[in-house]
Design a binder for this molecule. Structure first.
Ligand code: GLN
Length: 536
């Protein structure tokens, strides 16, 4: 079958969850046996979100091929259990960079380079890249931002042109908001009408409307919206608030979103999607009564999206362990010797978060010392792992001023140091050690036991590493380097075998954790936390 293109646009306000709707539709189509991929087009001028502060845009997600990507790609992978790549996330910056490079090469043969057709052609070329591989039946393209933004205009114009070029192989889903006015006790459809009008003004007639709402939208209101917006009443779908984002695919299927998409694309509708494994996860999620309490020590705790993938990986791990997750964010800047006991004592397990720079680092050392001495299950990720090494050096090996050269270039004990390959790099964007690399685990180690194998591949995003010159001293004192890269011998995993569960990974296992296959090291950590809770 020819590839079908589904565009997802948003109106009224941002943060409506286009990513979740796109991912839910993808999971349903995949469960019907189709080959599906999702891509996100972001209207900002940064080449990628790698240089963005989490305050700007939440977590930076990393694909296997080493692309620093929008966090929506994390939802796509978690929902579809399919890996994304560099081609799945394009920004205005990248589009312009490509066009300007072509112009400098002389590819435009003396023509004036303009938004239409050159920028829109480049956007269209990128939209079709994944479809042209022949690997996919459906390409879902989420357009970031809201219709009407100046920044997203070239993308919207490209969608208009593609609809024309692709005919029935292309549909448009528009996501809007139906606010509930509490004083009037009424849902209001006007913002949706305006938003659809705005889309129509730029030449796009949506095929399906998905309405975000806090209250049930009754059939007559849906009919009214359908009438005003030129769509059929069955193509007006509500996306009502649900306790877990993982219920959204089911809610969409109940309203036949997947069937509707197939029909509109001219694909015969046969049978039902195979959602059994997904339902099994939801059943476990809804059946769980016991709670496991995990403390996440980091400096971005006031931001719900800053550690998105870690939250989700912990949630998935708690669910497969038949527990509810009670995740407590602990501000590393507020953690001191005086309050660490009362703060961490109620935790069944503690995660030390990844990060960059000095801010909040001392609280991570305080937490680690307390967890190590009190035998609390502890998981350090990336900077968290590096902090484990530094804390151990200072308090066990007696290297008082041990540090990472990221925090102190003059430390006498540079137990964490800049990677050799990083020393000649001056640009910040896209230059870290990025993407999936192999890691060999020591047989018999707790990490190997967790994975059930000794060869794994996980994703990275860092410039600094464990300094191998100190390896022997650490191992003799009890901190084992149980995972390393088979070619470069970079230390990937450290653990304390005498401890209940004390593991640090230089890589980010959270990026590969999905609903249908939660990451084993998270599952093992949460299991240890539950066992610790029972022993308390
Ligand atoms: N700042 C550390 C490094 O660059 C850790 C990075 C991270 O936690 N992602 O090595």
């Amino acid at each position: 079958m020819e590839p079908k293109y589904i565009f997802v646009t948003g109106g009224v306000v941002s943060s409506l969850g286009k990513g979740i709707i796109s991912a839910s539709l993808a999971s349903l189509l995949k469960a019907r046996g189709f080959r599906v991929t999702i891509q996100k087009f972001d209207p900002y001028i940064n080449i990628d979100p790698g240089t963005l502060n989490p305050y700007e845009h939440g977590e930076c997600y990393v694909t296997v091929d080493g692309h620093e990507a929008d966090l929506d790609l994390g939802h796509y992978e978690r929902f579809t259990n399919t890996q994304t790549t560099r081609a799945n996330n394009i920004t205005t910056g990248r589009i312009y960079q490509n066009v300007i490079d072509k112009e400098r090469r002389g590819d435009y043969l003396g023509k004036t380079v303009q938004i239409i057709p050159h920028i829109t052609d480049e956007i269209k070329r990128n939209v079709r890249l994944l479809g042209n591989t022949g690997n996919f039946d459906f390409i879902i393209t989420e357009i970031g931002g809201t219709v009407g933004d100046i920044e997203s205009l070239p993308f919207i114009e490209s969608v208009r042109q593609l609809r024309w070029e692709l005919g029935q192989n292309c549909i448009c889903i528009h996501l809007t908001y139906v606010p509930y006015i509490a004083a009037a006790k009424e849902l209001k459809t006007k913002p949706t009408q305006h938003s659809v009008k705005q889309l129509q003004e730029v030449g796009i007639q949506p095929d399906i409307l998905v309405l975000r709402t806090e209250k049930e939208i009754l059939p007559e209101m849906r009919r009214k919206i359908a009438q005003f917006c030129n769509v059929s009443p069955d193509a007006v779908i509500q996306s009502i608030d649900v306790p877990s984002i993982y219920e959204v695919p089911i809610k969409m299927h109940e309203q036949h979103l997947d069937e509707l998409v197939l029909r509109k694309c001219g694909v015969p509708v046969e049978g039902e999607p195979h959602m059994k494994p997904w339902m099994h996860f939801l059943e476990k999620m809804n059946r769980a009564t016991e709670t496991v309490t995990i403390g996440l020590v980091g400096k971005y705790v006031e931001l719900q999206d800053a550690y998105k993938s870690i939250n989700e990986a912990l949630f998935q791990a708690a669910t497969v362990n038949d527990h509810k997750l009670n995740l407590k964010f602990i501000h590393s800047e507020k953690l001191t010797e005086e309050n660490v006991e009362e703060t961490l004592r109620p935790m069944d397990g503690v995660v030390i978060a990844p990060g960059f720079g000095h801010r909040g680092i001392d609280g991570k050392f305080v937490a680690l010392k307390w967890c190590r001495e009190n035998d609390v299950p502890t998981f350090g990720i990336c900077l968290g792992m590096q902090c484990m090494v530094i804390e151990f050096a200072r308090n066990v090996l007696g290297m008082t001023d041990a540090n990472s050269t990221e925090m102190d270039t003059k430390t006498p004990y540079n137990v964490i140091d800049l990677m050799e390959a990083q020393k000649s790099i001056s640009n910040l964007g896209g230059t870290m050690r990025l993407g999936a690399f192999d890691c060999t685990l020591r047989p018999g180690s707790r990490a190997a036991e967790a994975y059930g194998k000794t060869e794994v591949s996980e994703r990275h995003r860092h410039r600094f590493e464990f300094n191998n010159e100190y390896r022997e001293r650490f191992e003799q004192a009890g901190m084992q380097c149980v995972g390393e890269n088979p070619t470069t011998h970079l230390v990937e995993v450290v653990e304390l075998p005498d401890h209940r569960w004390f593991i640090g990974t230089q890589y980010h296992p959270e990026y590969s954790s999905t609903v249908l296959s939660p990451n084993p090291i998270f599952v093992s950590f949460v299991k240890a936390a539950i066992e610790y809770q029972h022993s308390k």
